[in-house]
Design a protein around this ligand. Structure first.
Ligand code: FE2
Length: 816
């Protein structure tokens, strides 16, 4: 029968060279968009909350996304998990993916998961079982489906075929695609001693839609597919060989899951893959050197499905995920399949899978007190011993993998807790996982019961470490909040103005904020070398956790702030009502108390606990910058700039080229233009740009505006760089680049005028801003003649109308 899949494949896009989307490299991926043609993602990591789906959407706007799931367990004799398939279908529709994939394996049986990819028995019965299920899942998800060859560390009992023939039969019977993992093939060939090139000669390469490339690690005599090392020469050779035999492979990508190197190393690997790719087929290159998303063809349904699915929704509902009835199986038997004809429960596949899990289940029979017996160290290895037909010694690698995965993950979640109970860690983990076997493949929930478990079973620690449970709770919350991903699209910063302006407005709380109460300063204890003392113990403390770049940011809260959050959650109270809820009637009359409350609200906006300000009556609420610019637009230019212009005049220079960094309302830019200077103004606020453009109309081309973060702008050569109160807003790790740019752009004899914030400033704890002391400034200006350096400390008015304690340096310097 002609293959429908191959017809469909001929219309699928040639995606090119991609990489797996992982938290650790997500920022690098965005920054190196030009080198990456597509991204593969694991749907299980994003399916359980809308925030992470939104996060994923940001990537979908810039890359083609391809889902690769890990939980389908397509070879299991258990019924298919409809929740996983619904998730696949949701993502497939949401991102219009070209295809999706999972592994040719089973991961569990009897409703239990083994948290790994287990090899199937290579029999005719398994071919029928898997291919029939593959057809059903492909129909259900409505996108072409590919199965991946897995690494295996023990062989299943001897079946009817070898692996190459088994894979070929499954793909042809299911009429689906192959995700060819060349590292898995290499690892298997090394562990089980066969020729990987001969293997490639025997499988249907015309069905390959995607190739996985990864690194492996040698442990003793075993080679393990760790995804934690560089791609080996051999795996490149296999890639070259595959494309030489069959160039029409749609994509290749790197799977890297641990031991991440610098992203440059991964880029080198991507470039090497592209070189090999280009050798065998037309390069995927567009005008700008990258793949254009407009040109890509989305996943195409098999023609048969297109005609059958005139009404997709109703048809989808009719696709049954139930296993076929015994009658259906019998009719297939009559069609000539003797193996299935003899199928009686339990058939061979079922028996094999049950055997695999038998000891695992039985091992639950041991009691926790045996853990203390030195002779009984129930490593997970014992959990996985299968039937007598299996290679039991080799089999323990699965146990070792699970052991080490869980151990590493638990240490990552609970680093400080681990430091406290290190001597008993292994024993505690064994007993913990005996009680709470993680139900989900990705293991992200494996620490959920740990704080509770510690407090119940390890009382001996609580005498010496009374804060143990709280510390574990703190670390678990940090982990969990971090996994929900950062909300990147927060509304414009809100500056509240005064009590009158806020009375008809209400704050909107960040839905991802978690507030927890502790009796120990666990946020400090989580750092190493913190010693508990009588002063810090037993004092109630509230901590707000906010998702921040796959970790969490913790903000300690006053009782008042914690109470405000509690009352704001339902979203009904205005700022005025909130003030009334925490201040006594007398205090409500005091302007100082009200001002302090508004400042507290402002701080909660700045820390993103409150994320926007909603107007519910007809009083316009301006954004902070609008209010601020309006209030300062007619003010004099900053004194530092006036001084610099004075110094220029003294030396006979009346005008030249100036750069105004962070030009804001334009008061300095305006002054410079009026004085006859040409000005290159940079600001990242659209509001600022609007104001500057209005200025430009009257300056006949002396002004060049640039809407950008000034760290990223290529600055022109200039006689003057002016940065009034703007440089402190640069993030610390980008500051030295910025300063180098400024110094390079200044001509010899040119001047810098501007401000730096000192460390006594109220904002000094803000990790996204840069602060300096006098010594650091002196070293920054070592190539300058410092003409003016004034250190100022005192109250500084805020755009919000409040006041903070300010500490800043005013500088005017001439470059030597
Ligand atoms: Fe793979």
């Amino acid at each position: 029968m002609p293959s429908e899949f191959l017809k469909v494949k001929s219309q699928l896009p040639m995606l090119g060279i991609g990489i797996g989307l992982r938290n650790e490299i997500c920022r690098d991926i965005m920054q190196n968009e030009r080198e990456i043609d597509f991204l593969e993602f694991v749907p299980e990591n994003y399916s359980r909350n809308i925030v992470s789906t939104n996060w994923l959407s940001d990537y979908a706007e810039r890359f083609c996304l391809v889902p690769h799931s890990v939980s389908l367990s397509i070879g299991s004799v258990d019924p298919l998990d409809s929740s996983i398939l619904m998730m696949e279908r949701e993502f497939a529709r949401l991102f219009d993916v070209p295809w999706w994939s999972d592994h040719l394996c089973f991961s569990g049986v009897g409703g239990e998961s083994g948290h790994d990819l287990f090899p199937l028995i290579w029999t005719e019965e398994a071919v029928k079982h898997v291919s029939e299920r593959a057809k059903r899942v492909q129909d259900y998800v409505e996108k072409p489906f590919a199965l991946e060859n897995i690494p295996y560390y023990t062989r299943a009992p001897k079946g009817d075929f070898d692996e190459a023939e088994f894979i070929t039969r499954v793909l042809e019977e299911a009429d689906c695609g192959l995700l060819l993992d060349l590292n898995n093939l290499l690892v298997n060939s090394l562990n089980h001693n066969f020729d990987p090139f001969a293997f490639l000669d025997r499988i249907p390469l015309e069905r390959v839609v995607q190739i996985h490339m990864a690194g492996h690690t040698k442990f003793g005599k075993r080679i393990v597919d760790t995804h934690g090392a560089a791609l080996s020469d051999k795996v490149y050779e296999l890639f070259d060989y595959t494309l030489k035999k069959h160039p029409q492979v749609n994509s290749v990508m790197i799977e890297r899951d641990q031991m991440f190197p610098s992203f440059n190393e991964l880029l080198c690997e991507l470039r090497k893959l592209r070189e090999i790719w280009n050798k065998h087929q037309s390069p995927i290159v567009k005008k700008d050197g990258t793949v254009s998303s407009e040109d890509r063809v989305p996943g195409v349904l098999p023609p048969k499905l297109v005609s059958e699915m005139a009404n997709l929704d109703s048809v989808t509902h009719n696709i049954s995920l139930e296993e076929p009835s015994r009658e259906a199986t019998a009719s297939e038997d009559e069609a000539g399949n003797t193996s299935l004809g003899a199928a009686e429960e339990p058939h061979q596949l079922s028996e094999y899978q049950m055997n695999w899990f038998t000891h695992w289940k039985n091992s639950k029979g041991y009691t926790p007190d045996k853990v203390d017996n030195k002779n009984f160290r129930p490593k997970f290895a014992r959990s996985f011993v299968g039937s007598k037909n299996m290679d039991l010694r080799a089999f323990s690698i699965y146990a070792w993998l699970r052991d080490s995965n869980l151990d590493a993950l638990m240490q990552a979640i609970f680093p400080a807790t681990f430091r406290l109970i290190q001597s008993k860690w292994a024993e505690i983990l064994e007993r913990y996982f005996y009680d709470f076997n993680p139900p989900f493949y990705s293991l992200t929930d494996c620490g959920d019961h740990f704080p509770e478990f510690l407090s119940k079973h390890y009382l001996q620690f609580t005498k010496t470490h009374p804060h143990l449970k709280e510390l574990a709770d703190f670390e678990l919350t940090t982990w969990k909040v971090g996994r929900t991903h950062e909300i990147t699209d927060l509304s414009d910063e809100v500056y509240l103005g005064n009590a009158d302006q806020i009375k008809n407005c209400r704050p909107v709380i960040n839905p991802e904020v978690v507030v927890r109460e502790f009796t120990y300063p666990v946020h400090l204890m989580a750092q190493s070398n913190f010693a508990l003392n009588a002063e810090t113990a037993g004092k109630k403390i509230y901590i707000a956790f906010l998702p921040h770049r796959f970790s969490s940011t913790e903000v300690t809260l006053s009782d008042t702030a914690a109470s405000l959050i509690e009352q704001t959650r339902p979203g009904k109270l205005s700022y005025s009502q909130l003030i009334a809820s925490v201040l006594t009637p007398e205090k409500r009359q005091s302007p100082n108390e009200i001002a302090a409350m508004i400042e507290l609200f402002q701080r909660m906006h700045e820390s993103k606990i409150f994320i926007s300000c909603e107007r519910f009556r007809d009083i316009p609420v301006k954004t902070g910058w609008e209010i601020y610019y309006e209030s300062v637009k007619d003010e004099e230019p900053h004194s530092t700039l006036m001084r610099a212009i004075g110094f220029f005049k003294e030396s006979g220079v009346n005008a030249g080229q100036a750069i105004d960094l962070g030009s804001g309302a334009g008061r300095d830019t305006k002054f410079l233009l009026n004085a006859g200077w040409k000005v290159f103004s940079v600001d990242s606020s659209g509001e600022s740009l609007k104001r500057l453009e209005a200025l430009d109309e009257s300056t006949s081309g002396s002004l060049t505006c640039c809407l950008a973060d000034f760290v990223e702008v290529q600055l022109p050569q200039a006689d003057l760089v002016n940065a009034s109160l703007s440089l402190p807003f640069c993030e610390p790790d980008r500051f030295s680049d910025l300063w180098n740019n400024i110094c390079t752009s200044l001509k010899s004899g040119g001047r810098f005028s501007g401000h730096f914030f000192g460390r006594n400033d109220d904002w000094a704890s803000n990790s996204k801003m840069t602060f300096h002391d006098r010594k650091e400034l002196e070293s920054m200006f070592s190539d300058f003649v410092v003409e003016w350096l004034e250190e100022v400390e005192g109250p500084m008015p805020l755009a919000s109308g409040g006041i903070k304690h300010g500490h800043w340096f005013e500088v005017v310097s001439r470059k030597k």
